[in-house]
Ligand binder design. Structure first.
Ligand code: PDD
Length: 280
């Protein structure tokens, strides 16, 4: 694989970042994951805008303009021959000469890293036909989940708790309500109505979420942005999640309780189809 580090395209075995990099020492960094379908980036502008917002919230300087980042994304997709897959981008606050809690001086450049992940069959994922099982876990993350930081230890722990329970993912719960999945936004369907938590600092403002809700409204489906409980999700007509890496994915079991007989529902299937069609 060819990867990108601070202005250079290199074989992955030759790419290097300092041991003092603040991403490594303090999780002081932000990231984006953009999907690739038919060799083309999906919703790059949305990801670029959210990246800019994450950087601003953390008073971090952008190492490149959105146009430059687009060029790097395209170059990596071409160099690695990606037809279906993902591009991962990470910006950390760079590497001062030593470990120090305070941010480094303004002349320390941020570290910019990008790499691709080849995922043939991303659109035609057979799991979308069977759905996935989730467990609920308490949401103990920090309070600024709207910033896409690389602090992903708790989401990783959630995934591991799910795997230990024979499931695929975890939905996090705070004050009795679902916030989001470990790496996705959560939804339920009641009748013709799609319900998903409203935007706030409690969740990541998903780029796939924004696109899917817009497409749902255009298809005359009703959308209600509010939080829901695990109980409500277990007795809903459908449950599903969205993310750049899974698009729209049905959820068929929550904490051991089958949702709608344990079969993926028609609304999730339709939204997945519309989303993938419109993204091509
Ligand atoms: N995760 N919520 C969380 C906590 C996420 O980490 C993600 C994305 C989403 C969905 O956002 P989007 O639709 O913009 O991908 C929601 C990425 C895919 C990841 O960490 O791999």
């Amino acid at each position: 694989r060819t990867v990108y580090v601070n202005g250079e395209y290199l074989p992955e075995t030759e790419a290097k970042v300092s041991v003092f990099d603040r991403g490594f020492l303090f999780a002081d960094g932000v990231y984006e994951v953009t999907s690739v379908l038919d060799g083309k980036l999906v919703d790059f502008d949305g990801h670029a805008k959210r990246l800019e917002r994450s950087l601003n919230e953390l008073e971090m300087k952008a190492p490149a303009t959105s146009d430059e980042l687009l060029e790097i994304h395209r170059e990596l997709v071409a160099k690695n021959g990606i037809d279906e897959g993902l591009v991962y981008l990470q910006i950390t606050r760079g590497a001062p000469g030593d470990r120090d809690f305070a941010y480094p001086a303004a002349d320390v450049p941020p570290t910019l890293v990008l790499f691709t992940q080849n995922k043939p069959g991303l659109a035609d994922n057979p799991t979308a036909k069977t759905g996935i099982k989730v467990i609920s876990v308490p949401d103990v993350r920090w309070g600024r989940r709207d910033i896409k930081t690389v602090q992903l230890l708790y989401p990783s722990m959630g995934k591991m708790m799910a795997k230990a329970a024979g499931c695929d993912d975890a939905w996090m719960v705070e004050d009795g309500k679902v916030t989001e999945g470990t790496s996705n936004n959560a939804y339920i369907v009641k009748g013709n109505k799609i319900i998903t938590r409203e935007l706030s600092t409690d969740i990541l403002h998903g780029i796939t979420r924004a696109a899917v809700l817009q497409m749902a409204r255009e298809a005359q489906m009703e959308v209600e942005e509010r939080a829901f409980t695990i109980d409500e999700a277990q007795s809903a007509d459908e449950a599903f999640f969205t993310s750049a890496s899974a698009f729209v994915m049905p959820v068929v079991e929550i904490d051991g309780v089958p949702v709608a007989g344990g079969k993926p529902g028609p609304i999730a299937a339709r939204l997945r189809e519309i989303y993938i069609d419109e993204s091509r």
